[in-house]
Design a protein around this ligand. Structure first.
Ligand code: NDP
Length: 331
């Protein structure tokens, strides 16, 4: 198997030198085991947090160990009755070409007529995150104004589209004109390019003259500050991520306008999608219908080959992806 290990802990923005591609021979499978060839793997911003040696909701990666992350694979040899050859499986054993398993923490994909890669994106963790944040955390209501940051990404693009389906007026912020055009074509009401708009606070005030009811926070830093200034009274902020701060070497200070939380009586709630996984079947049923009816578009950006996985991961911090960033490992 080919695999990618954490070679060194990044300081600031990660570089290709933090990763190392190695090869290892796998033993033959034994009774009760099966061999999986990975077809797709996911790169996600949260992996940056696991590269730091600190206590968090998920343990840190160790130097010299193979990285982990969501993956879709196919069983190519089996001595396990529940995982016959040809089964498609999801696992957290990405960043490697093959692995042997006894079935623990491996899930067989349902036999549905949809590309399996979508189980790493719109039908998987990122899509579930968007839906959870809007429904269970922010309780978005019809007619409300929703603001989504990192809005062309895996979570953000789904949050924008679900926001429209829930009857909200949706304002999005993205880092390129191409992404902005794409979201407008999907029917998003106002899209701000935060890199070219000048003062984000003013751009947001122009896009949401009556204020924002719900902010789906993916970015942090200036985005949070601008959102606080433009929230309506009793607005809600679902704090999903703060990607602008993940590579900080010196912590970003909190916004200077936090007192807006008091004046506007805001409710701010962070969440981790895995704590809401009991709702996953409900989500997949809804999302399956939205995809089938064409109500949600599932955009992907695909890098090819395991050796490209570090570049795909680094690309998340440079805005190289539209929709879900994926690495295709094999046909
Ligand atoms: P994305 O697909 O959105 O990829 C990251 C995007 O973030 C980039 O494409 C880029 O787009 C934008 N970005 C990168 N750096 C900056 C910056 N400095 N300022 C503003 N935008 C930036 O990733 P995901 O959809 O997977 O994740 C989105 C957020 O959701 C992340 O913060 C992630 O940590 C969080 N998350 C949280 C979960 C939870 O359970 N709480 C679960 C899953 C994700 P652009 O070109 O627009 O700048």
């Amino acid at each position: 198997t080919q695999q990618i290990q954490l070679h060194s802990r990044p300081e600031g923005l990660p570089t290709p030198n933090n990763f190392q591609l190695t090869e290892q021979n796998l033993p033959s499978i034994q009774t009760g085991e099966f061999l999986v060839k990975n077809l797709w793997m996911s790169v996600d911003p949260y992996m940056r947090g696991r590269m730091m040696d600190r206590k968090s909701y998920i343990p840190p990666f160790q130097i010299g160990e193979v990285l982990e992350g969501g993956a879709i694979g196919e069983v190519i040899e089996s001595q396990h009755p529940d995982f016959p050859v040809g089964s498609k499986v999801t696992s957290m054993l990405g960043w490697r070409s093959h692995f042997i398993s006894q079935g623990q923490e491996i899930t067989r994909l349902p036999d549905v007529d949809i590309d399996p890669s979508h189980f790493l994106g719109v039908l998987g963790m990122p899509g579930m995150t968007a839906w959870t944040g809007l429904n269970h955390i922010a309780a978005l209501q019809k007619g409300e104004t929703l603001f989504v940051s990192a809005a062309a990404g895996a979570v953000g693009s789904v949050a924008c589209q679900i926001g429209k389906l829930m009857g909200a007026r949706v304002i999005a912020s993205v880092g390129s004109d191409e992404k902005a055009e794409h979201l407008r074509a999907l029917g998003i009401d106002e899209v701000i390019n935060y890199k070219t708009c000048g003062d984000l606070n003013t751009a947001l005030a122009t896009a949401a003259p009556e204020g924002i009811d719900v902010y789906f926070e993916n970015v942090g830093a200036e985005h949070l500050s601008a959102a606080l200034n433009n929230m309506k009274d009793h607005g809600r902020i679902a704090v999903c991520g703060m990607i602008a701060q993940y590579n900080d070497t010196i912590p970003t200070p909190g916004p200077s306008n936090l007192a807006q939380i008091i004046a506007k009586k805001l409710k701010i709630e962070g969440f981790i999608v895995f704590e809401h996984w009991a709702h996953y079947p409900e989500f997949t049923s809804l999302m399956g219908q939205w995809l089938a009816s064409g109500n949600i578009e599932a955009e992907q950006t695909i890098y090819h080959g395991l050796e490209q996985a570090p570049n795909a991961f680094l690309g998340l911090f440079e805005g190289k992806n539209k929709g879900k960033m994926l690495v295709k490992l094999s046909d």
